[in-house]
Design a protein. Structure first.
Length: 132
């Protein structure tokens, strides 16, 4: 009867061990599935953010092209005003107007620099992403 009891205890220990192992495996599989879902969620957020950055860079490119054209036109007008001021009756008004054009050009330059920065930042992000 003692050997029978040892067999029973051994089987009981094995059964408990096996069920604990199965529970641990199920827990591990569940944890891995949760980690995978978290990864998929993060990857989709990353993709959405990348697309958002791309859209901002595209908008900055378009705005920059328009601003460069306006800048060139205003620049020429300001230079013409400065040159004409010396031959006009209202010299000081022409100079004031030329000065206002110069101020507008400075503001436009600052805006264009911001647009260039947005484009540059996106290009860096794109290069890093291509490297991965």
């Amino acid at each position: 009867e003692v050997p029978q009891m040892k067999k029973f205890l051994l089987l009981a220990v094995l059964a408990v061990s096996a069920s604990a192992f199965a529970a641990n495996t199920a827990d591990l599989v569940g944890e891995l599935q949760a980690l995978d879902a978290e990864y998929q969620n993060l990857a989709s957020q990353e993709e959405a953010r990348f697309n958002e950055e791309r859209a901002q860079a595209d908008a900055a490119r378009q705005a920059l092209a328009q601003n460069e054209q306006v800048y060139n036109e205003l620049s020429q007008r300001a230079q013409r005003l400065q040159a004409e001021a010396n031959t006009r009756f209202y010299k000081s008004q022409y100079q004031d107007l030329a000065s206002k054009y110069e101020d507008a050009l400075k503001k436009l330059e600052a805006e264009m620099e911001q647009q260039k920065q947005v484009i540059s930042d996106f290009e860096k992000i794109q290069a890093l992403r291509a490297g991965n």
